[in-house]
Ligand binder design. Structure first.
Ligand SMILES: *[C@@H]1O[C@H](CO)[C@@H](O)[C@H](O)[C@H]1NC(C)=O
Ligand SMILES: *[C@@H]1O[C@H](CO)[C@@H](O)[C@H](O)[C@H]1NC(C)=O
Ligand SMILES: *[C@@H]1O[C@H](CO)[C@@H](O)[C@H](O)[C@H]1NC(C)=O
Length: 350
């Protein structure tokens, strides 16, 4: 523990030195996936899965509800800062005049999207394959703005982050008899990972060479999961955590296969399972006070739609909570997750 945090401090210092002396460590950051990384793409969609109203964003810059499913910053916001960027990649659907501010990257993520296109469809969100189409659109703009040779070095030097899979399980598989009665969680994982492999190969074909993908979190420890699937206890739901671990192991194997298949690709998985599990099971060691209940919600059947300005008893100080709403960590927890991302991500930028 001591050693690893010492190591972390050193790595952060090395990075800070590099960043202070110049440009960001990579030319751009492109982000794909779900609500863990969405910064507002869902705001203007015809979906119920949104977070562009208070108290979302109450601890963000200017207390703005941007569409982030958090009280403050997402882990990827911290990642952007750690890489030396002074602004966050804008939401693709909010780009005002395309081409002006996409040189440093774009965020395509849409809450309730996943590796299975039907998950996004259920919630009128943007599927990963549509997110890829939006990326292609940006590539064309980038070619126009930066010229062919600069654009191609931006594309190959950029970091690509993907967060997906969580909605496929929580918002689809576990509640959908057409899936859970037909496929085991193990079979469903295999299916999702086939889609993952296709997505990575498509991204690679478009020029991406540095890709980071997050693992599934301990799904059984999300407040929503404990409410819905827990057996009257406060404990994490073992079955869901088991499914997450199984998926994560397969993700690792699949990633290793892709790494062998695709020359010059750096593909790293960011483990958010263990760090989040540690926060949940040992909150006080990490400076947290509450790791079961979400800061914002009803305390009963907690879903993200039930965190809104009418929520009763939203906590006063979200820094003491691991979870902001029933599915998403607080800014304070994200900051810690981002430190782990940074360590894992060193190999992407070196
Ligand atoms: C390409 O990058 C170089 C070096 O940063 C810059 O001087 C040049 O103006 C760029 N070309 C275009 C077309 O933007
Ligand atoms: C897969 O797991 C091994 C062993 O835990 C780890 O060293 C490796 O970095 C992981 N591979 C990927 C692609 O995440
Ligand atoms: C909120 O909680 C954190 C962590 O316990 C503490 O450091 C901070 O001072 C608190 N902020 C306020 C306004 O009470």
């Amino acid at each position: 523990m001591k050693n690893s945090s010492h190591f972390l401090t050193c790595m952060v210092m090395v990075l800070v030195v590099v960043v202070v002396n110049g440009q960001p460590l990579v030319p751009a950051l492109f982000i794909f996936g779900d609500s863990v990384v969405d910064v507002g793409n869902n705001n203007n969609l015809d979906t119920i899965v949104k977070a562009n109203f208070p108290p979302y964003g109450r601890d963000f810059k200017n207390h703005m509800s941007t569409g982030r499913f958090c009280n403050g910053k997402l882990a990827t916001d911290y990642t952007a800062e750690n890489l030396g960027f002074t602004s966050y990649p804008p939401a693709y659907l909010n780009l005002k005049s395309k081409g002006t501010n996409l040189l440093n990257g774009v965020n395509f993520a849409s809450a309730s999207s996943g590796y299975y296109s039907e998950t996004a469809k259920l919630y009128h969100a943007i599927s990963l394959s549509d997110q890829l189409e939006h990326f292609k659109d940006c590539l064309n703009t980038l070619l126009g703005v930066a010229g062919k040779s600069n654009a191609s070095s931006i594309i190959s030097g950029a970091i690509y982050l993907i967060s997906a899979g969580n909605s496929d399980f929580i918002q689809n598989y576990y509640i959908n008899p057409l899936l859970y009665k037909v496929y085991t969680a193990d079979q469903f994982s295999d299916f999702l990972l086939q889609n993952y492999a296709t997505f990575i190969q498509n991204l690679y074909a478009l020029g991406a060479r540095r890709i980071g993908v997050t693992t599934l979190p301990p799904m059984g420890c999300l407040p929503a999961a404990i409410t819905l699937y827990g057996s009257n206890s406060n404990e994490c739901v073992e079955r869901l955590n088991h499914d997450a671990v199984n998926f994560n192991n397969k993700l690792n194997t699949t990633s290793q296969g892709l790494q062998k298949l695709l020359p010059d690709l750096k593909l790293v998985s960011f483990d958010i399972y263990q760090p989040l599990y540690d926060l949940v099971t040992k909150p006080t060691e990490n400076g947290f006070f509450e790791s079961r209940k979400a800061c914002c919600g009803t305390g009963l059947l907690e879903t993200s739609i039930l965190c809104n300005s009418k929520s009763i008893g939203t906590c006063a100080n979200a820094s003491e909570y691991v979870f902001w709403d029933a599915f998403h960590p607080t800014d304070a927890a994200n900051k810690i997750l981002a430190e782990d991302l940074l360590i894992a991500g060193i190999s992407l930028i070196s």
